[in-house]
Design a binder for this molecule. Structure first.
Ligand code: LRH
Ligand code: MN
Length: 399
């Protein structure tokens, strides 16, 4: 069946379901997803880092690869930086100039509060005031970088915690964090936002100072109005209803952003949509519901992954496409029928409405939206044909 035929059939079917296809297309055209610079670098586990031919070695090469993904997908115009990973041996002005030349801009700035030896017992929550001072200074430097890059989001993950019962006073650690977050918040300029990311464990294995959404919510509220919560999909205990957390944070006006990835067990940082596409769909269903199912809730959407064995750039393109497809499916939910079934407590009918959208093949619609924008209908196939992979393997051969 021709693409046109497929598209016509899909559009007809969606219209029959009362879905406003123009609104769906508008949302798909206007969505943006930020890329993590570190997802383009060689990464692995404590057991092995499998170096990849052509993998980006510098922040400049990571920006080039991100720009390649943006050229092919059209929806990834910005790149998040991790300060000590990206700016340790590069000046922000050089990085800004290179980003502009490559066709991307610098997005969220992530202070790196886990690489220094001093952070053995924590950074902002460390019992030692001198270490806390060092950590706070690094975060304030990160805000200075935001002023130079014009970034809106300070994306803060505090790896702090303890490894053994009794190691530290858990309430005292909390007070240190509240104090630090307050001064960080009060240093932000208008228009800037602090995104506080939580994670239930690792690298700490007994207590983590920002372990869950509730703690992040309370700490963000205590810090001030510019502070919101960031949900990383891989940072929850098994069995957590992540879509309910997302729905609650939106309802509270406290969802600042999401780190998108997949996981089977722990913080696996696998490609988005690879392990549980239905859970991802249910999360995006909650992200479009507040706008009557017609648009994604305004928040910072970022891909936070590490590609240990998959070729990094195709893995990133695959993730962007999975996010587009999942968003399109969520926008194709027959909202009136869902409301009706819920009102009637018709559990099966309500679930079937969601499943109908989840099992809808939205790819013809995405291909059409991309083509209309002058983008390749299938970015993954276009990357394979682009020769970029061979070019970087050749150019970056001299490791
Ligand atoms: C922590 C995390 C955080 C980043 C890091 C690279 O696991 O998700 O967002 O700082 O990964
Ligand atoms: Mn993350």
């Amino acid at each position: 069946m021709t693409d046109e035929r497929q598209l016509a059939e899909l559009t007809e079917d969606l219209h029959a379901r009362g879905v406003d296809v123009d609104a769906v297309e508008r949302s798909l055209r206007s969505m943006v997803v930020e890329l993590a610079s570190w997802a383009f670098a060689d990464s692995g586990t404590r057991f092995k880092v499998f170096a990849q031919k052509g993998a980006a070695r510098t922040v400049f090469e990571r920006l080039d690869d991100a720009a390649c993904v943006h050229k092919l997908t059209g929806i990834t115009p910005s790149v998040a930086l991790h300060v000590l990973w990206d700016l340790a041996d590069a000046d922000i002005d050089e990085v800004l100039a290179h980003a502009e030349k490559a066709g991307v801009r610098i997005g969220a700035i992530n202070p790196t509060l886990f690489e220094r030896d001093e952070y053995k017992y924590g950074s902002l929550a460390n019992p030692d005031a001198a270490v806390r001072k060092t950590a706070l200074a690094h975060v304030l430097e990160s805000i200075e970088i935001m002023r130079r890059s014009g970034s809106k989001h300070l994306s803060l993950w505090v790896a702090d915690g303890t490894n053994y019962p009794g190691q530290d006073d858990l309430v005292a650690r909390r007070h240190r964090l509240v104090e630090a977050l307050k001064s960080i918040h009060d240093t932000l300029d208008d228009g800037m936002e602090l995104l506080l990311e939580y994670k239930f464990f690792e690298p700490a294995f007994y207590s983590t100072d920002v372990p869950d959404w509730g703690t992040a919510y309370v700490l963000a509220k205590a810090a001030g109005a510019k502070a919101k919560v960031l949900v990383d999909l891989g940072h929850h205990p098994q069995g957590t209803n992540v879509e309910q957390i997302v729905a609650s944070l939106i309802d509270e006006g406290m969802l600042g952003g999401l780190h998108l990835n997949s996981r089977k067990y722990a913080d696996d940082d696998l490609t988005t949509g690879s392990i549980d596409p239905y859970e991802l769909f249910l999360i995006f269903n909650e992200l479009v519901a507040p706008a009557g199912g017609e648009a994604l809730h305004p928040a910072a959407y970022m891909i936070d992954q590490s590609h240990n064995i998959k070729p990094k750039i195709p893995a990133m393109i695959q993730s962007v496409m999975a996010i587009q497809e999942t968003t399109a499916k969520a926008l194709c939910v027959d909202r009136p029928s869902l409301a009706e079934a819920r009102q009637a407590c018709d559990v099966i009918a309500a679930e079937e409405v969601l499943k109908q959208a989840f099992f809808t093949d939205v790819r013809p619609l995405l291909a059409a939206v991309r083509s209309e924008a002058g983008l390749p209908a299938n970015p993954l196939a276009a990357y394979a044909e682009s020769g970029y992979q061979q070019e970087i393997e050749r150019r970056r051969a001299h490791k």
